[in-house]
Ligand binder design. Structure first.
Ligand SMILES: Nc1ncnc2c1ncn2[C@@H]1O[C@H](COP(=O)(O)OP(=O)(O)O)[C@@H](O)[C@H]1O
Ligand SMILES: [Mg+2]
Length: 326
């Protein structure tokens, strides 16, 4: 099933509004944003909201193929168009007619193909390799994670095509600039993976983990967030995940040395861990110690240990899993 377009930060609300307005216009839309911000989610949302929803949504990654292959992929070929063309093959533009073609990484489309693309956008017509002219009614939605204006000034992107594609422009900011969407996304993905992966529905991320999620910069944006949640739910390796998100902070957290032998000299300001993270780490450390002690007293019996700790067996089970105890 397709993912839902989650978020209620002001910028995502604006994008939602814009997608509703644009959906039935078939005006060219270009979506800008870092990798993983949800460009494809938005393109699919445009398709879903439009009266083209029952027709195809076809995605082509323009960076993935060399020029000639990309051309035959987009525009198709006639039988005998070149050696090896033993039969007619329709291009993605034709397949997506009356529907949507989503051209991802449009900034990487080679110059000769840019001319052909411009022609389709202007006339709705193109010729297949090896001959025949075809008329299509394809809604073109594009996306890029680089600065097209720069490609333009470097002569790698045609100016006329640039203006033609930029009719409606959607800028999707990185997740770190709309952190208020993080709790909603967490909620959505925890529920989604609970049902997909058959994980008990009472799985909770915990407020400490959520705090860290809110502080982290998410260079891979929502893709990284959803993958991290999945990993946490499947592997439960909280410590490693935290260590990867905050390598600096983690290496500074050394268990207190009772003899005080390794006492460090004063750390730099930059080396000091954020207070919230320190609290998380400290409370995890204490929890681990307390649980280990209770298990010890209970002779390794988890039911007894849970009783000593005054928590349910299930809660103990999850805590131990999350803390990496077994
Ligand atoms: N607003 C959102 N709501 C729900 N899931 C999202 C959202 N934005 C991104 N995702 C998820 O993050 C991943 C990356 O999204 P995608 O649209 O492929 O990003 P991009 O095309 O910008 O690289 C996908 O799994 C997608 O479902
Ligand atoms: Mg993408």
């Amino acid at each position: 099933m397709d993912v839902k377009f989650i978020g209620d930060s002001p910028v995502i609300k604006n994008i939602k509004e814009l997608t509703r307005v644009v959906a039935n216009t078939a005006l060219s839309v270009i979506i800008y944003g870092e990798t993983g911000v949800g460009k494809e989610v938005i393109a699919k949302e445009l398709h879903r909201l439009s009266d083209r929803r029952k027709r195809k949504f076809v995605k082509v990654n323009c960076a993935a193929l060399p020029s000639e292959l990309l051309e035959s992929e987009l525009f198709g070929y006639e039988r005998g168009a070149f050696t090896g063309a033993t039969r007619f093959k329709p291009g993605k533009f034709e397949i997506a007619s009356d529907g949507v073609i989503f051209l991802d990484e449009i900034g990487d489309i080679p110059l000769p193909l840019q001319a052909k693309l411009l022609h389709v956008l202007q006339s709705g017509e193109f010729s297949r390799l090896g001959g025949k002219d075809v008329k299509v009614n394809t809604w073109v939605i594009t996306a890029t994670n680089h600065d097209l204006a720069r490609a333009l000034s470097e002569g790698k992107f045609r100016e006329d095509l640039y203006y033609r594609l930029n009719i409606i422009k959607i800028d999707v900011p990185p997740l770190r600039e709309r952190r208020e969407d993080i709790p909603l996304l967490v909620n959505y993905y925890v529920k989604k993976y609970c049902s997909e992966l058959d994980i008990p529905e009472d799985f909770a991320l915990g407020s400490q983990m959520l705090d860290l999620f809110l502080q982290y910069d998410w260079p891979g944006n929502v893709r990284e967030l959803s993958n991290t949640i999945k990993r946490l739910m499947v592997l439960g390796d909280r410590d490693e995940i935290v260590a990867q998100m905050f390598p600096q902070a983690d290496s500074d957290f050394v268990e207190p040395d009772p003899a005080g032998k390794d006492a460090k000299s004063k750390p730099d300001l930059e080396e000091i861990m954020p207070l919230k993270l320190l609290r998380t780490k400290a409370s995890e450390y204490i929890e681990k110690k307390v649980i280990a002690h209770a298990l010890d007293v209970a002779g390794g019996n988890k039911v007894k240990a849970a009783r000593i700790l005054k928590i349910s067996y299930k809660a103990l089970f999850y805590k131990m899993k999350n803390l990496g105890l077994r």
